[in-house]
Design a protein around this ligand. Structure first.
Ligand code: DX5
Ligand code: ZN
Length: 217
């Protein structure tokens, strides 16, 4: 089943509770929560207090994408604030510290994810593939919404789908960046099952129609 995870980076932050209610009514599956620290990526978005407020406002699945340097320092706070899944970048720290971060998340009963920047080879995810709940392939350079989809990332999605099937893993395969009604079918064909979409949902007046167009039915 294809899941749609609208990225609230493109939402109206002054009306965040209503925006999330709106995408739930429109058929969204997850809420994608982009955290940017101004160090790992050249932009700053939102963090722990916003996630805690959102947790009180909705019971939707909160998929926290940490674009944060050395996330091991903060993952427990994101879990305690109410994230349902905490996703860290493999480039953000040493492999030992990435493992430690994932361990902390698991210990708190929260789902784990690992992700890659476009320039990082897919093999970099291999050490964690059999222990995480989700892997994310970035199809833009992380840091900003509204960028153009990088079609040259499709082979990464394909490789990961192959590895997941070969190993009989349950982990979800998410794509993030430039996903819209035109690029979503390419991601699905390559094997993705969770599609993040920021501008393609929040910049549209009819969010239900936008989500249907991305899902493909
Ligand atoms: C980029 C973020 C994405 C972004 C997607 O750093 O991780 O989640 O919000 O936005 P669109 O769908 O507009 O590319
Ligand atoms: Zn994201």
């Amino acid at each position: 089943m294809i899941k749609i995870a609208p990225s609230i980076l493109s939402a109206d932050f002054a009306r965040l509770g209503q925006e999330v209610e709106d995408i739930r009514a429109a058929g969204a599956d997850y809420v994608h929560f982009d955290v940017m620290d101004g160090a790992f990526v050249p932009n700053i978005s939102m963090g722990i207090p916003v996630l805690a407020s959102l947790r009180k406002a909705t019971d939707m699945f909160l998929d926290a994408h940490l674009m944060v340097d050395r996330p091991v320092r903060y993952v427990e706070q994101f879990c305690n604030a109410g994230a349902d899944l905490v996703n860290v970048h493999v480039e953000a720290d040493t492999p030992e510290n990435i493992s430690a971060a994932l361990e902390k998340v698991r210990a708190l009963g929260v789902k784990t994810g690992v992700t890659l920047k476009p320039g990082t080879p897919t093999e970099a995810l291999l050490p964690w593939l059999d222990q995480v709940d989700l892997v994310l392939v970035m199809t833009v350079e992380p840091g900003f919404g509204g960028q153009r989809f990088m079609a040259d990332m499709l082979p990464k999605i394909r490789s990961l789908r192959g590895w997941i099937e070969e190993r009989g893993l349950k982990c979800e395969l998410e794509v993030d960046g430039g996903v819209d009604a035109e690029t979503a079918p390419l991601c699905i064909e390559a094997g993705a099952n969770v599609l993040v979409a920021g501008s393609a949902v929040f910049r549209k007046a009819d969010r239900a129609a936008a989500i249907r167009a991305i899902r493909g039915f």
